[in-house]
Design a binder for this molecule. Structure first.
Ligand code: FE2
Ligand code: FE2
Length: 385
């Protein structure tokens, strides 16, 4: 069992006495010539208070706010707190899901074409989720000036890390060559170009010295966050799980698919939250975006998705084709654009994978928790060894 007072106690015991003692014994203050230990306690007085005015809720802003970011309430954005509460309802670890059948499916049932789809989708997703974690944690969260927004984003950072663990768990459990899978996005141009596009769209906001009172920089930030919430998470992730769900619909790789359903529910909230924050900034800061630039952003993402899809689905698999995948991208892109308050980039796009929305809707998943193999453990019940 974990010793909460000394989590690494077992490690320390394994060390030689001298080394363990050196690590664990605090240094004693030196005695003076008379053998008395001097009193080293410093007199500490509280610093004078410099601003005791209560936070005025009307002064809070998404960005460029000047209110105390360490004071949670009063809420100006109670919906952000609701996102945080809802996010905590989708709590799992990849170890909760039985992967036994997937090992058999991968080795004995999947065709070469299906293996190609599975490994490349996993390779893309795992790279993307690390990119997502870094963007929300290092570029976006620090620029928010209302703590209720940052708290949801802190949860989002954790969830992106959890997603990365989930892919790693699947890759390791299936027995894939980890170094080859993780390196694949760097050597397969069709995967790499999507990551490059995301980096190009997001790198410009990965700096803490951005001045969001400058109109050009504010517009850059809003466009980058719109890309991240609306396209990177709202389209590429949302649509990116569907080749695996297509296998699941035929009774294959059901453990992996269930893992991805948990991830998808997080991603639906991430995309929705990002879109809501972007709209709030546009309203509060009177941002006017160029519709031509928005159209270009969607078309660029569409072209990248076509190249990616032509690789992962170069040979169709039963029940799923690159034509379906690309058509669904257009349909979902229209939805995200409408949610952002933009014009539809692909008028007339059709819903080719109507079942995809059902995967995202928890209430329709009547068997969702059936394959859980362990109860979720909390607090003192955890065994660390
Ligand atoms: Fe994620
Ligand atoms: Fe996400």
């Amino acid at each position: 069992m974990l010793d909460w007072d000394d989590p690494f106690a077992s490690t320390a015991k394994a060390l030689p006495d001298a080394e363990a003692g050196e690590t664990n014994t605090p240094a004693k203050p030196a005695a003076n010539e008379q053998g008395a230990v001097p009193n080293v306690k410093a007199e500490v007085a509280p610093l004078p208070l410099n601003n005791v005015a209560p936070v005025n809720v009307d002064d809070k802003r998404v960005v460029n706010g000047l209110t105390d970011v360490n004071q949670l309430a009063p809420f100006k954005y109670p919906w952000a707190w609701e996102y945080f509460l809802n996010a905590n309802k989708n709590h799992w670890t990849p170890l909760d899901i039985n992967m036994t059948a997937d090992i058999h499916d991968y080795n004995h049932k999947l065709t070469l074409e299906e293996k190609h789809v599975y490994t490349n989708v996993m390779s893309y997703l795992t790279t993307s989720d690390i990119l997502a974690m870094r963007n929300i944690g290092l570029a976006v969260m620090e620029k928010m000036t209302a703590p209720e927004l940052q708290i949801y984003q802190a949860r989002q950072v954790y969830e992106e890390a959890l997603h990365t663990w989930t892919y790693q768990h699947c890759i390791e459990t299936i027995g894939l060559d980890q170094s080859e899978i993780y390196n694949r996005y760097r050597v397969v141009p069709e995967i790499n170009q999507k990551i490059q596009l995301a980096n190009r769209r997001l790198d410009s906001i990965l700096r803490s010295d951005m001045d969001l009172t400058d109109r050009d920089q504010l517009e850059d930030f809003v466009m980058a966050y719109a890309f991240f919430g609306g396209i990177f998470e709202g389209c590429w992730f949302y649509n990116g799980f569907s080749p695996i769900f297509a296998l699941q619909r035929r009774g294959l790789m059901k453990g992996t698919a269930e893992q991805l359903q948990y991830i998808m529910r997080d991603e639906v909230l991430h995309a929705s939250f990002g879109i809501r924050v972007v709209k709030q900034i546009i309203k509060e800061e009177n941002v006017v975006l160029d519709p031509v630039k928005i159209q270009e952003m969607f078309e660029e993402a569409y072209e990248a998705e076509k190249i990616y899809t032509s690789y992962i689905l170069r040979d169709p698999i039963l029940g799923y084709s690159k034509e379906d995948h690309i058509a669904q991208f257009r349909f979902i892109a229209n939805r995200r654009a409408r949610q952002l308050g933009f014009a539809e980039p692909f008028p007339g796009a059709e819903n080719t994978l109507a079942w995809l929305d059902e995967q995202a809707n928890m209430k329709k998943e009547k068997n969702f928790f059936e394959t859980k193999v362990t109860e979720y453990q909390t607090g003192g019940a955890l065994k660390w060894d």
